[in-house]
Design a protein around this ligand. Sequence first.
Ligand code: ATP
Ligand code: MG
Length: 556
Amino acid sequence: MSDSENRPTNFIRQIIDADLESGKHNHVQTRFPPEPNGYLHIGHAKSICLNFGIAQDYKGLCNLRFDDTNPEKEDIDYVNSIQADVNWLGFEWAGKVHYSSDYFDRLYGYAVELIEKGLAYVCFLNAEQTREYRGTLKAPGKNSPYRDTSAEENLALFEKMKAGGFQEGECSLRAKIDMSSSFMCMRDPVIYRVKFAHHHQTGDKWCIYPMYDFTHCISDAIEGITHSLCTLEFQDNRRLYDWVIENISIETEPRQYEFSRLNLEYTVMSKRKLHTLVEEKLVNGWDDPRMPTIAAFRRRGYTPGSIVEFAKRIGVTKMDNTVEMGVLEACIREDLNDNAPRAMAVLDPIKLVIENYDQDNVEQLSVKNHPSDESQGSRIVPFAKNLYIEAEDFREEANKKYKRLVLGKAVRLRGAYVVTATGCDKDADGNIITVYCTYDSKTLGKNPDDGTKPKGVIHWVAAEQALDAEIRLYDRLFTVANPAAAEDFHTVINPESLVVIEHAKVEPSLANAKPEQAFQFERQGYFCLDNKDSSTEHLIFNRTVGLRDTWSKING
Ligand code: ATP
Ligand code: MG
């Protein structure tokens, strides 16, 4: 298949195709414009894949622009995390990082131009009056008494605003458009407000800050953006976007197109709610693997490729919908099934003692890293008299459906020998703590001579050689598919979203695991080494996803 056949198609790409064909544009320039007021989430990943993906496929460029007009809510930590996330997803922005604040001087100039043209005025209505004058969806608004102030006077007032001559909330600069427009955003929207706030880029230079609707379109025009892609809630604002561009002296004419946001089941995407989760310590920070942030997916073991593939599968439309978690999980499961080396880890260990195995012997078995991909090679796994197996993999008695170790019956130890259980010890509470067995020394890599083939295969680790590890089992953060609909989302948080196993036993090769490196723990699921808390002395693995989609079976 050629590269172009492999590309996704959607209504935005069709618009671009038509624009290139008609000669309206001869190149494509997009941008990704996050506000640095939180970490990026999987919804942003959709927008990143769309904007950077289009630039890649059309041999165009995509800018990274921080939309930083709300200094009080923004932080340099977010600026840094956002850049790291975009790079991690595999994308590169064109040239330097842009900031809307780079354009504060020019934005001020365009505001002055609107004032000079009689298209903007300084308004002294207070918040309550402004609301009252704005009218409602059913009733038109009323003109502000300050609407007809002369341009000269407005210029002086705006200059005074800039110089710090007014208090916050005392006045604002408004565009003079139409107080009876059926689009509320056209009823003389505020384009500048007074804010005595320190800015992470411009310091204390400004005490007036431009509003999003005024800033975004002009930033797009300055950067020569051809297609400005945003989510559907900005559909009405497109009138204002076009109005500003038409009424200022700027050459380029960017166009805004809207697509539907990504919503994902069992999680929340509102930044306000994500902030609450972090601030109230309901999770352990923005990159807690239960969060829907890109940093969290990364820490949990998702690969960039799986997220890009997810964005491709969900597509881009104008229809609002909520995507099942299973779609995202399928993407990472398919990736890891192909690419993650296998390893053995026992999460709930009991001892398995091989009675007829030499106490002093340790065999170094060579075990394949992947069942079908030879290129992944093999590793050495030590085998000895004392092993650990999962408590749930042994029963004194069981019916035929139980294909694991049963008293008097045989099972294969993965990559090693066939063993037959002979007895067990229990503690005072009746829990099995040690299982005894015999092994058949002729069964390494082949079936027993008597022609019997054990039905089950179980995983194991050598007791003395195994490493201790902490394992973090993550599940959905919420118990309901649509937590945003709950009156109070605290009531639908899943109390079992994190289960910590403190004393798991893992095979010694995992001492070499790198942060974020993924493994399939045989019969358990996909895990990766935690990128923050793990150390050589204290290994920590995070469960990325189970082997199968058990969730839909239980809850579906
Ligand atoms: P806020 O909740 O603070 O308004 P936001 O979610 O709109 O934030 P921004 O940082 O302004 O976040 O978003 C950057 C870009 O990502 C915007 O173009 C926005 O439309 C897009 N985006 C945000 N959320 C989603 C989502 N769930 N699906 C697709 N795109 C999204
Ligand atoms: Mg926004």
